[in-house]
Design a binder for this molecule. Structure first.
Ligand code: AHG
Ligand code: MN
Ligand code: MN
Ligand code: MN
Length: 280
């Protein structure tokens, strides 16, 4: 795990440098989610693959930007699923982006999640690593320094409601409106890493990306985005559900499968459960 942690740190520093250089635009390729890949999506994916190739304990990797999983070391015990550059469409307007990693033990197909990690490339580069506890690190003078442990409160003040409102279910809209009527404040950048990071560090709230009429299975990808954040939130004392079930309990038929998702503190997620039990 120490080697994986180091490889993620090395990748993060190289990705930060790649982001800093210049806007290198779109490629001619689409990924499995049907998105046109940025050159930077592909570059960040290559950086991570290169760093993970040096770690013999990593058996298999899967990436948002690769169609299939790939075996790196047949004798390794870990499987890692990652989103190399989350929020990449925000690069051109200079908003924060991130990298997301879900780390599993066991052969691919029977894997069990043991840790999750994400990196935020904002005004500063920060890393959050969740194993038994959730820990925050800050990149300072080329090294990631431990800052503090993160715990979520029981109830927060922030609302990050994803998806196109026009395509929300009526009861979903009523629920979100209800939170705003209670005093919640809108904080949504369109990058799930900074949006979920803000809720974690400011003590709680709700991030939602529901099923919508245009995306009945949600937008966010289970392996690359949803499961890692579910692990981080659960480890930090928060909740992570698909409207009804624990996100961590959902499997996947295909590595690019998506799921509706709700992450937050207990108070807000309990409300989601109530509303969805009545309506969905
Ligand atoms: P990616 O850049 O890896 O393709 O993911 C973007 C995701 C996520 O970061 C964000 O929360 C969501 O897309 C935003 O979607 P909407 O634009 O539909 O709100
Ligand atoms: Mn993408
Ligand atoms: Mn993403
Ligand atoms: Mn991505």
């Amino acid at each position: 795990m120490r080697d994986i942690f180091d490889a993620i740190q090395k990748s993060a520093k190289r990705i930060k440098d790649a982001i800093d250089v210049k806007d290198i635009g779109y490629s001619q390729q689409e990924n499995s989610s049907g998105e046109t890949q940025l050159e930077l999506d592909i570059k960040c994916d290559m950086i991570i693959e290169e760093e993970f190739s040096k770690v013999s304990s990593i058996n298999t990797i899967a990436s948002e930007e690769k169609e299939h999983e790939e075996v790196l070391h047949a004798n390794g015990k870990y499987f890692i699923a990652y989103d190399p550059l989350d929020g990449s469409s925000l690069i051109d307007v200079n908003l924060s982006v991130g990298s997301i990693f879900g780390i599993y033990e066991g052969a691919f197909g029977t894997e069990k999640m043991v840790a999750a990690c994400y990196v935020v490339y904002g005004p500063r580069v920060e890393m959050v690593f969740a194993q038994n506890k959730t820990k925050l690190y800050l990149l300072q003078a080329g090294e990631f320094e431990f800052v503090k442990e993160i715990r979520l409160g029981e109830k927060g003040k922030i609302m990050a409601p994803g998806g196109t409102q026009q395509n929300w279910e009526k009861y979903h809209k009523a629920m979100i409106d209800g939170f705003f009527a209670e005093g919640y404040r809108l904080r949504y950048s369109g990058g799930m890493v900074p949006d979920l990071h803000q809720i974690l560090l400011k003590g709680g709230g709700l991030f939602s990306y529901p099923a919508t009429s245009d995306k009945p299975k949600g937008k966010l990808r289970r392996l690359f985005e949803v499961f890692p954040f579910a692990f981080v939130y659960k480890t930090s004392g928060g909740e992570a559900i698909d409207g009804k079930n624990e996100l961590m309990s959902l499997g996947h038929a295909h590595i690019h499968d998506t799921s509706p998702c709700f992450f937050g503190s207990k108070y807000e997620v309990d409300r989601v459960k109530e509303v969805y039990a009545k309506n969905a």
